[in-house]
Design a binder for this molecule. Sequence first.
Ligand code: FAD
Length: 507
Amino acid sequence: MTGKGVESVSPLAIEPGDARYENLVQGYNHRFTGRPERVCLPVGTDEVVAAVGDAVAAGKRIAVRSGGHCFEDFTASPDIEVLLDLSQLNTIAHDPRRRAIEIGAGATLGEVYRTLFKRWGVTIPGGTCFDVGAGGHVMGGGYGHLSRRDGLVVDHLYAVEVVVVDESGRARAVVATAADDDPHRELWWAHTGGGGGNFGVVTRYWLRTPGVESDDPGALLPKAPARVFKRTVMWPWDGMSEDAFGTLLDNYCAWYENNDDAGSPAAGLWSNLVATHRASGMFGMTVVIDHDGPDAEAVFTEQYEAVVKGVGVEPVVHTREVVPWFSSWMPSYTFPNDPKGRYKDKSGNLRKGFTERQRRVLYRYLTDPGRSNPTTCVVIAGYGGKVNTVSPQATATVQRDSILKVVYSCGVWQSKDEDEANIAWLRRFYREVYAESGGVPVPGDVSSGAYIGYPDADLADPAFNSSGVDWPRIYYGDNHPRLQQVKRAYDPRDVFRHSLSIALPPQ
Ligand SMILES: Cc1cc2nc3c(=O)[nH]c(=O)nc-3n(C[C@H](O)[C@H](O)[C@H](O)COP(=O)(O)OP(=O)(O)OC[C@H]3O[C@@H](n4cnc5c(N)ncnc54)[C@H](O)[C@@H]3O)c2cc1C
């Protein structure tokens, strides 16, 4: 049963003992393996309605997974009894009626990029891991190497279909659009950065750039670059003194502070500084810019010169090439990436470069002789530009004045026995970086909160967040009360929940 008066169209359900089960309960982060009673594999919205309605009627705790790339255990905590795996809802098509591109929540970013590019020559400014699912990625906000030019993925979100559960337990599908007169507009808004697993099950997104009205699918989203200038630089840790590292880091961040204007040619440039631990021997930066964008070569050259100025350590690798965008640049992973790995990551947005004290903390931890995992790293990814032209309230993504996104990672490891030491090290590191604000990136002069697409359950634990600022403020700022109102309207029974989910507002 799907609730009152709705006929059941139950999806395929896989239970323990089935050869497929173990494969389906394992997500990207091998620290978390769920043990649900069943994994449902719906192939359409009606099957999602049925699966949700049945689970609610039976009092079962449910969770939904699309690409399985969650940093935390939101789809694999031990209390989850029914897991909805949306991977079979992966349609990518032009919807002439909505004049938008329809994307099934289960489509991976790789499938999305390939189809958008090959069929229509367009793309979205999303992340660079091809296996991430559109499901969780889009509603987190979604950013990538084209975000400085084109904004966030949610800045192109026109509509979303969500299976929600009302007070009586009835499951139903709602399409919520950005249209001003849409009675479900707030539900759409909540999916523009409110994060996954909060309001219902997203089955489909419809994307089109605001202001574009066209019957031509090739006009609905940003044009994909044909080719890019691409630079890869690796610096040796040998000879990289604290001062040299500090200069490099300062220069890198300063370039983003000075080049945040969405209207400038520099908005076409994106880079990633992946400062791997000294145990790796070297660390590097990747830079890309659309070869055919305005002043591309000049910007490309200027950024490099600005970054290396006064560093005094020669790179051991430096390649500069022009490569086809799709086949040669994408995908380009931003994290240590091992499909059998165990991970713990933390994040923070920057409004400006790190303080001198923070730089010193970064250097000390990245050269910590007590650590030998070469995949330990701090990833500092370009941000801002077009992202910062949108008001913090226009979408649920409140961070509209950041210039960089930082991920702190203790790398990847394989054995459960190593969990504790790795995680403890990362917690110490993070706490010291944000020592002035209770161990977390409370929005302030330098920090601008954290990204819900990189959830970190520690932020909700007073042992690791002594700032006195509740975790929702760090992710959502002033948008949090509005997200709670959407929660009350669309998930009054708190069916969709996890350790960092939006709570119902106080009565
Ligand atoms: C290797 C790696 C690289 C990444 N790179 C980037 C990047 O470049 N840019 C960026 O912005 N982010 C990046 N991310 C973060 C990524 O966007 C988030 O982890 C995202 O939530 C993953 O979505 P998913 O569907 O794969 O994950 P899942 O684990 O399936 O889901 C994540 C969360 O969303 C919920 N959810 C998933 N599908 C649905 C649905 N259909 N309806 C309702 N809730 C749903 C889940 O319940 C869970 O709470 C990266 C993550 C990893 C692991």
